[in-house]
Design a protein around this ligand. Sequence first.
Ligand code: VGL
Ligand code: ZN
Length: 195
Amino acid sequence: MTAYAPDTALVVVDVQNDFADPDGSLYVPGGDTQVVPAVNHQISLALEAGASVFYTQDWHPERTPHFAIDGGIWPVHCVAGTAGADFHPDLRIEGPSVHKGAGGEDGYSGFTMRDPRSGEEIPTELASMIREAGCRHVVVVGLALDYCVKDTALDAAREGFDTTVLLAATAAVNLDPGDGEAAVEQLRRAGVSVG
Ligand code: VGL
Ligand code: ZN
C-alpha cells in the first residue's frame, strides 16, 4: 500500500483500448476487468492526497519498425488518432498525457523514445513535467507490466525518483510465460519498490 502525498506523481501507463479492451489488437488479459478499476482507485487515492496524475499513451504511426509488418514483433496497435489509441472509456482522466512514438520512435518507456535508425535515446517531456509539479516520488501503474510499465519505472528510478510499481494495478503481456515475474525481479534489482 502506497501513501500518496503532494510530492507523489502517479503515472498511468498506456491504459488504451488496444491493450485494455478484449477486442483490442494487443489485449492484455485483465486489462479491463482488473487493471482499469484498480487504476481508478489509485487515481482517487492520489487526488485525495493532493498528488499529481500523469498519463502516457503509446502513439504510433501506421508504419513503424515497432510493428511486425515492418520488422518488429508487435501487431499493429495504438495508431495515433484511432479508437485503439484512445484511453479505455472507463478510465478516469485527471491530468496531462504524454504521447510516445508519434515520430516512429521505438522503445517502451514514458520517459524516453529511441530513434529506430540512429538508436539515439530522446527524452519525452514526462520527467520535466513531474519535476515541475514538485514531485520526488513516482508510482507507476497501467499496461503492460513486462514492457511499458517496467521500462517507465526503470527510467523513473534512473531519473532519481523514488519509484514504486503497484502490482494490483498492472498486468503482463507474458509473450513468454514468466515475463511478468522476470520484470518484477528486474525492477527490484534496480531499486524499484514493487508492492
Ligand atoms: C506496449 C507492447 C508494444 C506497452 C507498447 O504499452 O506495454 N507493449 N507497445
Ligand atoms: Zn507500442
